[in-house]
Ligand binder design. Structure first.
Ligand code: SF4
Length: 75
């Protein structure tokens, strides 16, 4: 399931939550780093919440590399 709100992984309890801030410019870098988690929809990054936990390292990498610091990761 893809949504444009806060996303979180859920396998009985939380592992990691990702929030895309409105400053996202839709550059697509995150979706190149972790295509299983990030996608671009209408020039804005969205997340697939069900894949976050299996790609935590990639999510952190995307958060670090995002040029406008729009990916916030909560563990
Ligand atoms: S890398 Fe950052 S600015 Fe680029 S699409 Fe992803 S969240 Fe948006």
């Amino acid at each position: 399931m893809i949504n444009t709100q806060n996303s979180f992984s859920y396998f009985g309890y939380f592992y990691m939550e990702i929030k895309i801030l409105s400053r996202c410019i839709g550059c697509g870098v995150c979706s190149q780093i972790a295509p299983e988690v990030f996608d671009i929809y209408s020039n804005y990054a969205v997340t697939n919440e069900y894949n976050i936990d299996n790609f935590q390292d990639e999510c952190i990498d995307a958060s670090i590399i995002c040029p406008v610091d729009a990916i916030k990761v909560f563990i």
